[in-house]
Design a protein around this ligand. Structure first.
Ligand code: URA
Length: 239
């Protein structure tokens, strides 16, 4: 209580001097270079900042585990593994199917034309790309942008599952048939039939919606994706 009174005195003093904000720089602890993982792991407090470090480190470890992956035949032609990117503490995660040409060249997800459509959706929802996390079911580009094959999905899906486990988002949006099929475990589904209805992946609500590449070919269906996005925003607003 004494400390609170002291703080109040200090704040009143600054107010008297005409300051509207505290004349101190708040250090952004998330940018600290060195992370003492041991301290983080043994701490009882589960504060968001420590959590951020923990999740960031776990993602780095997972990327190391993937290494120079040769677990499936996609490794032969790929230029880069596209691990995923975004906020390790994201409340919202987007999961696509596999990298395309530009993603393969840059090693980043959704940076090509479909990526522009996704970025616009993210921003229309009120976020920046850096607020959310973006990943794919398969981390390497299938030749000629064909669909990833079942053995490729099987070899890779453990990594997206692990990413979901680490990030533990409040909601996932699965983009297109392959992502929805993999996360729901339902084979041969029609995205037109399933989109817009939540299902659960390990207790996390997943909203299936159209893949951005589909929306490029069928722009008239963009409003359906916007409807799906609004359900996601409502879910995020729930306590
Ligand atoms: N399509 C996807 O599914 N993922 C990407 O990263 C790019 C295009």
């Amino acid at each position: 209580m004494k400390e609170l009174a002291d703080i109040k005195d200090v704040l009143e003093f600054y107010q008297m001097l005409g300051f509207e904000k505290l004349p101190i720089e708040l250090k952004d602890f998330r940018k600290t270079d060195k992370i003492n993982i041991k301290t983080v792991l043994t701490s009882n407090e589960n504060t968001p900042i420590k959590n951020y470090h923990l999740k960031e480190e776990a993602l780095i470890e997972l990327r190391k585990e993937i290494g120079d992956c040769k677990r499936c035949k996609l490794s032969k032609k790929r230029l880069n593994i596209v691990f995923g990117e975004g906020n390790p503490e994201a409340k919202l995660m987007f999961i696509g199917e596999a990298p395309g040409r530009e993603e393969d060249e840059q090693g980043r997800p959704f940076v090509g034309e479909a990526g522009m459509v996704l970025t616009r959706l993210i921003e229309k929802m009120g976020f920046k790309r850096t607020d959310v996390y973006i990943a794919n079911i398969v981390k390497c580009r299938p030749p000629m942008n064909r669909d990833p094959e079942p053995d490729e999905i099987e070899a890779c899906k453990v990594f997206v599952e692990k990413q979901i486990e680490i990030i533990n988002p409040r909601v996932i949006m699965s983009l297109g048939r392959i992502s929805t099929m993999t996360l729901s475990g339902i084979n041969k589904l029609k995205i037109t039939a399933i989109r817009g209805k939540f299902f659960y992946f390990k207790d996390i609500p997943v909203m299936p919606t159209f893949h951005p590449a589909y929306l490029m070919r069928n722009p008239k269906d963009k409003w359906l994706t916007w409807n799906d996005a609004q359900k996601v925003l409502n879910k995020l607003a729930e306590k």
